[in-house]
Design a binder for this molecule. Structure first.
Ligand SMILES: Nc1ncnc2c1ncn2[C@@H]1O[C@H](COP(=O)(O)OP(=O)(O)OP(=O)(O)O)[C@@H](O)[C@H]1O
Ligand SMILES: [Mg+2]
Length: 269
């Protein structure tokens, strides 16, 4: 089971949006996928049009009020399920985070999911606090969205350093899958400059080829409480970006061997 940690040092850069749309794209690519919300804000539920803290989830599993299988939310796609954060009282977020990051709690919950899913996408809260650190310790891969703006670029080193530290101290198999440029605006010189700097300063494939543009369709989708693909009967072309991203990431997670990969496929039969 691959555990993909979606994390970034900055808030509001598109972690939840990417987790949601990418999770659905993984499912469409045939992977049994779980999107697991680790952010007490409950943004995954809100993005799916649910009322604030409407359904039980992780919080109830941790208190023992609910069994894990009972709070896994099924979706329209049989390959995709969602585990929401649950009914976390905004006044006790600190307590929730403390419980989630205590000892082997998170890895224990992930352990129970082994065999049930091929990919678990962990939507982390903003910043490099204890929830993100625990997620990195329990994860197999990291995906970092980087908002195409100078400040985000300057702080990229912080998450790269945390990933290095976790790898050195706790989780030697943690792999940085890549940094994905998000909210890219080709009309804005600063945005273009960030993209250029990324490609020149971080060679070696860390920066993913897929770029997520700044586009109002994302806001429209969140208004409608759906991933891009399901926001309307005829999905916006932008939704295909996530199919491409899912394919690229799966190739990085499980590189094809030369025999599998090579050779033309005859068109004529
Ligand atoms: N590429 C994009 N273009 C335009 N708007 C976007 C894009 N990606 C996300 N948004 C919008 O920006 C806001 C923040 O996105 P999102 O919640 O995914 O970020 P986040 O990193 O998860 O935030 P947080 O750090 O608070 O968890 C949302 O309103 C979302 O709809
Ligand atoms: Mg979020």
């Amino acid at each position: 089971m691959h555990i993909l940690v979606v994390a970034s040092q900055k808030g509001g850069v598109g972690k939840t949006t990417i987790s949601l749309n990418l999770g659905l794209a993984f499912a469409r690519a045939g992977q049994r996928t779980l999107i697991m919300e680790l952010d007490a804000q409950g943004s995954v539920g809100l993005s799916l049009g649910l009322a604030d803290r409407a359904r039980p989830g992780l919080a109830e599993v941790m208190t023992g009020a609910e069994a894990l299988p009972d709070v896994l939310q099924r979706t329209r796609d049989p390959q995709l399920q969602v585990l929401l954060v649950g009914r976390v009282d905004p006044a006790t977020v600190g307590g929730f985070e403390e419980a989630l990051t205590r000892g082997p709690v998170l890895s224990g919950i992930l352990g129970q999911l082994r065999g049930e899913f091929d990919v678990v996408v962990l939507d982390c809260p903003a910043g490099l606090g204890r929830v993100t650190t625990r997620a990195l310790e329990a994860g197999t891969h990291v995906l970092t969205p980087l908002q195409a703006e100078p400040l985000a670029l300057r702080s990229l080193g912080q998450i790269l350093a945390l990933v290095d530290r976790v790898r050195a101290e706790k989780n030697t198999s943690l792999t940085l899958l890549g940094v994905i440029l998000s909210m890219f605006d080709r009309q804005t010189p600063a945005s273009l400059e960030v993209a250029e700097t990324l490609w020149t300063k971080f060679p070696g494939g860390i920066i993913l080829d897929t770029i997520i543009p700044r586009d109002e369709t994302f806001l429209e989708a969140s208004l409608r409480g759906a991933p891009l693909l399901l926001m309307q009967k005829r999905p916006p072309p932008l939704s295909r970006l996530f199919d491409q991203l899912a394919t690229d990431l799966l190739d990085r997670i499980e590189p094809k061997t030369a025999e599998e990969d090579d050779g033309p496929i005859p068109l004529l039969v």
